[in-house]
Design a protein around this ligand. Structure first.
Ligand SMILES: NC(=O)c1ccc[n+]([C@@H]2O[C@H](COP(=O)([O-])OP(=O)(O)OC[C@H]3O[C@@H](n4cnc5c(N)ncnc54)[C@H](OP(=O)(O)O)[C@@H]3O)[C@@H](O)[C@H]2O)c1
Length: 339
């Protein structure tokens, strides 16, 4: 079976990361692309030899030669685009963050269930083999009961985007992106800690400020988390700092697990530094393309009808945590996440 993909949102991520990964997946081909500007859609189609291009998401979703829609639009459009694709019977792979509110997440889940199509959210950090190994090591009791878990995801948008950098882009705008760097990137760190610990976040406290970029979202944020099984967590994220390790640190009663550069699109290192019996050793890990892995997992679910492990409910849990973090920051207090 070959699945024919339609792409909504011909942006930087789709062009440079997701579509190249898609082309590596067996059983996938590109059928259509949509951008608000038809010339942009045409240029994207030309680059990847995509037969049809549109300037309307509805037209792309109506295309009978599209089976699966990849949604890579700004966050405030994810719900509208998912509902549209589901209405026309297309399976949906929606980029993170799933949506701007939990109510939108519910509408997306309902639309996909009602139309019997598969919905998956692009929480790609779960597909790095190094994070899957960390999860196995934690669950096998390698470090005993976990007390502290930290994840960092930091970059400089200005450095990465060069001349294209503007302070009004959706990821720095509460109206378009839901918030600032927490919505855009911190959500990866929240999701990967939930995944590695196989636990849920019960309480949050957030501290944030615009330290460097004048925008109406935040450019830098720090979170303190409490997990249900008792561990404390910390997430630090910024879109304004050019130097970072972007790793995970897990400290348990019997030892520690540390990664370096794993919380990113491509891992800098897949090694895990393991502390047991007072000795550090480095376990060599395998680097993989997490986007290829997530797409293959998604298509497996489309084919079998199984529920994706990172379906709408998982995407919604991350949105609930993120929104409580913003409330905590605004109200300057610790808040619970309702189960
Ligand atoms: N999983 C990951 O590792 C990862 C990494 C980066 C990004 N992402 C996600 O991928 C998605 C796209 O991100 P990106 O970096 O590609 O963003 P981007 O290049 O800034 O924008 C993506 C598209 O959004 C459209 N757009 C921008 N502002 C808009 C507005 N005000 N109204 C309507 N459409 C607007 C543009 O569409 P037109 O083509 O119509 O102009 C653009 O092509 C987001 O959900 C982001 O969170 C995921």
């Amino acid at each position: 079976m070959v699945y024919r993909w339609g792409v909504i949102g011909a942006g930087r991520f789709a062009e440079n990361v997701f579509v190249p990964a898609l082309l590596q997946c067996q059983g996938s081909k590109l059928a259509a692309v949509m951008a608000r500007d038809k010339k942009k859609a045409e240029a994207f189609a030309g680059k990847y030899k995509i037969p049809r291009f549109y300037d309307s998401a509805t037209d792309l979703c109506k295309d009978s030669e599209v089976d699966v829609v990849y949604i890579s639009s700004p966050t405030f459009l994810h719900c509208e685009h998912t509902a549209l694709a589901a209405r026309y019977g297309k399976h949906v792979f929606c980029e993170k963050p799933m949506a701007v509110t939990p109510e939108e997440c519910d509408r997306m889940i309902d639309a996909c269930e009602k139309n019997r199509v598969t919905l998956m959210v692009g929480h790609n950090m779960r597909y790095h083999k190094v994070h899957q190994s960390l999860r196995e090591m934690v669950s096998s009791g390698q470090v005993g009961r976990v007390g502290i878990a930290r994840a960092e995801i930091i970059t400089s948008f200005q450095k990465n985007q060069g001349a294209r950098f503007t302070t009004d882009q959706f990821r720095l705008n509460r109206g378009l992106g839901g918030g600032g760097v927490l919505f855009d990137m911190g959500i990866h760190a929240i999701d990967v800690l939930r995944f590695v610990l196989n636990d849920e976040i019960e309480e949050v406290t957030a501290f944030s400020q615009n330290l460097f970029i004048p925008c109406n979202g935040e450019d830098t944020i720090s979170l303190v988390l409490k997990f249900r099984k008792g561990a404390y967590g910390a997430v630090t994220t910024s879109g304004a700092l050019p130097h970072a390790r972007n790793g995970i640190e897990i400290y348990g009663e019997k030892g520690a697990l540390v990664t370096d550069g794993s919380v990113w699109m491509a891992v800098r290192s897949a090694d895990i530094h393991v502390l047991t019996n007072g000795q550090w050793e480095t376990r060599r890990g395998e680097k993989n393309n997490c986007y290829v892995a997530e797409i293959e997992d998604f298509l497996g679910c489309v084919g079998s009808g199984a529920r994706p492990k990172v379906g709408g409910e998982e995407g919604k849990k991350n949105i609930q945590v993120v929104l409580q973090c913003y409330r905590s920051m605004d109200e300057k207090r610790t808040l619970r996440i309702e189960a």
